[in-house]
Ligand binder design. Structure first.
Ligand code: HAM
Length: 422
């Protein structure tokens, strides 16, 4: 017997309403904020991710599903959505469109991660990118959309963590200061942090190991080493967020796990959980498009894990709109009635009323049990008596009340009961 690969999930019918709900709320917000949908391939050239997400990150070093195809091309299952969207922006000459170009996506993402609750090897992201504008008002707008998404979904108790990690002008000096601070402490750090000291010093700050906490807490802060332009950008963003009534928490240890960020970085976290459960994250990446061979183009974006949203919706007991259920179950006795039942079902569906029936000649009683199990609101009964009299029996499944209705009036009557109008 086969079971699904470790770290993947089947999205079963009973969970589909959650997925649809998230996609509907997110899609409507994108419309309001002027984002248009883009879909990119599930795999891309491996180098696209190595160059942008960066060597020395967990994603590139440990987590990519990289393979060679039969012609020897190096390909990777998309481990994140930003680099592919930027590749598409360049490839399709979107710099000639009015800027910023605003794009959103729902996409499966693949990371060879250690599976646990909320962490999978295939997960799905809703993400959006606003490309071609450097103004911090755009950062605020990107955060506003994220904040409205969670509020619109009904999630409570979230915290917006915010930091600035500077740009090409001020980051090198900050990194130097960070390494200088950490070097004498190397003997006290975990193995991973010792390696980070050489390869990716920013990541020293978000180490989760107990032994490294005090050093990360006391480390030099990027937001205190910003050049004047980055500082003005960061302060302007904070003023905009305050004007939008979006509460934020300055977090000097927030650096994100991808290398392409400049200036603004932010994450949304459930308050009661550790950073492992981050529900969404994003930031500015002003150098990425140039890194891919495009002209210098500032950009900012965000992505959120749909599985993690649904986990939190369930944890918080948020009620979501249900499925369109079977409204009418058509039951019948005998072959002639069966044909009429099939006709009736087709008519119901044409009128937009979800209808179902059983085809296997069960007794009327068994059919009504099935109507009940399917949660139908009404059952129609076509028995010998009904056929003879040109009528149908309508049973309200909730109270069990039955009444006979003339066949010619049935459809009007049902439309009235299901839709409240005929
Ligand atoms: P990220 O923080 O790596 O950012 O991922 C975004 C979100 O995807 C996370 O906050 C989390 O909810 C979800 N996620 C990540 N890994 C997993 C996993 N293994 N299992 C389940 N959910 C996961 C990015 O990917 C950036 N591209 C975001 C961005 C867009 N930055 C700018 N634009």
């Amino acid at each position: 017997m086969f079971s699904l690969p470790r770290g993947t999930q089947d999205i079963l019918p009973q969970d589909q309403p959650y997925w649809r709900y998230v996609q509907e709320v997110a899609g409507e917000l994108c419309r309001l904020f002027g984002y248009r949908r883009i879909d990119t391939p599930i795999f891309e050239e491996t180098a696209l991710f190595v160059r942008t997400v960066g060597e020395g990150t967990d994603i590139v070093d440990k987590e990519m599903y990289a393979f060679q195809d039969k012609a020897g091309a190096g390909l990777t299952l998309r481990p994140e959505g930003t680099a592919p969207v930027c590749r598409a922006y360049i490839q399709h000459g979107m710099h000639s469109l009015p800027q910023p170009v605003k794009l959103y996506y729902f996409a499966p993402i693949f990371r060879y991660d250690r599976p646990q609750a909320g962490r999978y090897r295939q997960h799905h992201q809703f993400g959006y990118e606003a490309i071609g504008e450097a103004d911090p008002a755009l950062d605020a707008e990107v955060i506003d959309l994220a904040w409205r998404l969670y509020a619109g979904l009904g999630l409570a108790g979230l915290s917006l963590e915010l930091n600035s990690i500077g740009d090409r002008a001020c980051r090198p000096a900050y990194l130097e200061a960070l390494v200088e601070y950490y070097r004498p402490l190397a003997g006290h750090l975990c193995k991973d942090c010792q390696a980070r000291l050489e390869r990716n010093p920013l990541r020293l700050l978000d180490c989760k190991r107990e032994q490294c906490q005090p050093y990360a807490e006391a480390a030099p802060r990027s937001a205190e080493s910003l050049c004047p332009d980055c500082l003005e950008h960061f302060e302007s963003l904070q003023r905009s967020l305050s004007r939008l009534d979006i509460p934020f928490h300055l977090n000097h240890r927030l650096v994100r796990g991808l290398d392409y960020y400049t200036r603004t970085v932010f994450e949304v976290q459930p308050r009661e959980e550790g950073a492992q459960s981050t529900i969404g994250g994003g930031g500015r990446y002003d150098g990425l498009i140039e890194q891919l061979g495009g002209r210098p183009t500032p950009a900012v974006g965000f992505a959120t894990g749909i599985e993690r949203i649904i986990l939190n919706l369930k944890r918080q007991g948020v009620e979501i709109p249900g499925e369109a259920e079977t409204q009418v179950f058509v039951s019948y006795a005998g072959d002639v009635a069966k044909e009429q039942a099939l006709d009736l079902m087709a008519r119901l569906r044409r009128e937009g009323i979800p209808a179902a029936s059983a085809f296997d000649r069960k007794s009327l009683k068994a059919q009504l049990r099935q109507a009940d199990a399917r949660g139908a609101r009404f059952a129609l009964i076509l028995g010998e008596d009904e056929l003879r009299d040109g009528a149908v029996t309508l049973r309200d499944m909730e109270g069990g009340r039955q009444e006979r209705i003339e066949a010619g009036k049935l459809m009007e009557e049902l439309k009235w009961r299901v839709f409240g109008k005929s």
